[in-house]
Design a protein around this ligand. Sequence first.
Ligand code: SF4
Ligand code: SF4
Length: 353
Amino acid sequence: MARTDFGPPDYREMLPPIVAENYGKWLYHEIPQPGVIKHVSETGAVLYSVRMASPRLVNSDWVREICDIAEKYCGGYLRFTTRHNVEFLVSDPSQLQPLLDELKARGHMIGGAGHAISNVVHTQGWVHCKSAVTDASGLVKSVMDELHPYFSGKIKIPARLRIAVACCVNMCGACHCSDIAIVGIHRTVPRINDELVAKTCEIPTTVASCPTGAIRPNPKLKSIEINAEKCMMCGNCTVVCPALKIMDPENDGVSIWVGGKVSNARTAPMFSRLAVPFIKNNPPRWPEVTDTVKHLVEVWAKDAKYGERMGEWIERIGWERFFKLTGLPFTEKHIDSFTHATQTFRSTTQFRF
Ligand code: SF4
Ligand code: SF4
């Protein structure tokens, strides 16, 4: 394949030899112990993926550490899953137990495979993004400090459970398709500093940044104005024009969504739906969010059938019973009245002709 000067290198150049040799020949996999996935090929080859939690925002010492571990036990081969788990790809079975022992001795957590809570995928939060309503890594740390027994397999659950955090509704995490999603929401219209807008922002770009057409120019002040009726407080314009401020410690917080999944197994993929419209930001440990997420996991784990994802469970019992079992209040916010909401989005690869 011709080399280009941009984009990632061809993934085939980086496959571990055992994966390259058995490409398309893998027969099945099983999970002999939490966090260990055994893949068996029709050639008889066996590969173990050892799955470890990652803190997602990592420093170079941490990267060096996992690279050194991979060099020692599996020829340097590791990968990151879509949920930011680290997987060491072990082709020599004699190295499996020594690797597990070393990870444990170093305090790393192994788990997240199969019927478990996987690593939580999250966005940038207060560490980096300027439109973050809430923190992402801090929130995930608080949630997983409560839920890690579901990751390590100490507490069994009926199916896999994916949690995601997005620190605003632009949602660069996987919140639309996670079993439980925590999404930061602003609740106030951006405040305009006319003088600064005139000096620092491009008016046409700022107007064009609004997905609902709520912004129009204010030529008198060389600024803009916002139609509050149309504004959905997404914060897009504040990214384009820093002179608009949307951060509001009193009114910012998070919403919780449930029932999404990417998987096409048994049932079609599902979008997440609103469960809790608003919980006020309460850093550094967000106890209200943590309690709610834990409660949702416990109610689902108790009532779901074997293999039933959160969304499938809700589909079976119905939303009325979901609110009854969880004790969450049903409010007018749960009614989808968005004008352009379409029931006809094709969200599945299961087609019928
Ligand atoms: S979800 Fe929003 S605030 Fe968070 S990193 Fe993405 S764009 Fe920034
Ligand atoms: S916050 Fe979003 S909806 Fe509101 S004016 Fe800005 S871009 Fe438009």
